[in-house]
Design a protein around this ligand. Structure first.
Ligand code: AMP
Length: 281
């Protein structure tokens, strides 16, 4: 793996790759890589001839009271892991390389899809995400970019941005990678104490309980949300931020759930914010 912290050198390398006819697959991340990220690299290898991964903890997508400073960072370990999964180029810019004029000069505005779910609780978050993804698309000019379904609303917004702004990048969304006990992998999981780690399981359990209720015939979106909320409340330590049963295209709440409706949950365990979702089947 070759590491680049400058935009110019990365672009030079990628121009050569493009001239040689290679398809470029991009996987944007914030680092502290886990198996979920590594499976995105595997997928990217199948979709392109050369995999570019970025590692950038994007200050624009963190609110003032959020965990930008506490977000885990481990570049040496990340480079080792990326090398082991066939990443050719690792782009690791400093903040000043990405935002030389400061972070707020021009922003991509996420629009109405960002007004619900996480966006309601994290004002400006998706503007920050879309701005950095737009920059990465312009820097790397990938043929395809791979994202994770764990961040469901993010994937929907990135697809919407690519359509609305005509990026000409194909967007691939990969299934959520979970620990063996069901917890969705997340870089933030390392910040959970052993006790908090046990309480974090309330989130996948709530999704499982809702799926069981759906399988048993419950179709009311509100009732399914109450089933999930009940599991989280019963845990005692996990604090529910939201649970919604939504149409995956509009992100609107559905009155009547159907196969393909998505249940999305956000909850705090201690000061760690966890999100997860499940497509009802
Ligand atoms: P992050 O580093 O958390 O910003 O995530 C970078 C990319 O990896 C995003 O597209 C995420 O959706 C994806 N991702 C993170 N965790 C998982 C997971 N457990 N399963 C699948 N994709 C994931």
């Amino acid at each position: 793996v070759q590491t680049y912290d400058g935009i110019a050198a990365l672009r030079e390398r990628l121009s050569a790759e493009r001239a040689a006819g290679r398809r470029i697959a991009l996987v944007p991340t914030m680092g502290s890589l886990h198996e979920g990220h590594l499976r995105l690299f595997d997928r990217a290898r199948g979709l392109g001839d050369i995999v570019v991964a970025s590692i950038f903890v994007n200050p624009l997508q963190f609110g003032p009271a959020e965990d930008f400073d506490r977000y885990p960072r481990d570049l040496d370990r990340d480079a080792e892991l990326a090398r082991g999964r066939g990443v050719a180029c690792l782009f690791t810019p400093a903040t000043g390389e990405m935002y030389p004029s400061g972070p707020n000069r021009v922003l991509v505005r996420a629009g109405p899809l960002a007004e619900r779910l996480c966006g309601r609780y994290r004002p400006g978050h998706f503007d920050g995400v879309l701005t950095v993804v737009a920059k990465l698309f312009n820097i790397v000019r990938p043929d395809v970019a791979v994202f994770g379904r764990k961040d469901f609303q993010q994937a929907v917004l990135i697809r919407a941005m690519v359509e609305e702004l005509n990026f000409g990048v194909s967007v691939d969304v990969a299934p959520t990678t979970r620990e063996s006990d069901g917890l969705a992998m997340s870089s933030r999981n390392v910040r959970l104490s052993a006790d908090e780690r046990a309480h974090a399981l309330a989130v996948p359990r709530a999704l499982e309980a809702a799926q069981r209720a759906f399988t048993a015939g419950e179709r009311s979106g509100a009732a399914l949300a109450r089933v999930a909320a009940g599991v989280i409340e019963a845990d005692g330590a996990a604090q529910l931020q939201y649970v919604h049963v939504i149409d995956p295209r509009t992100l609107d709440d559905v009155e009547e759930a159907a196969a393909g409706s998505v249940m999305a949950i956000a909850a705090f365990v201690g000061d760690v914010r966890l999100i997860d979702n499940h497509v009802l089947t």
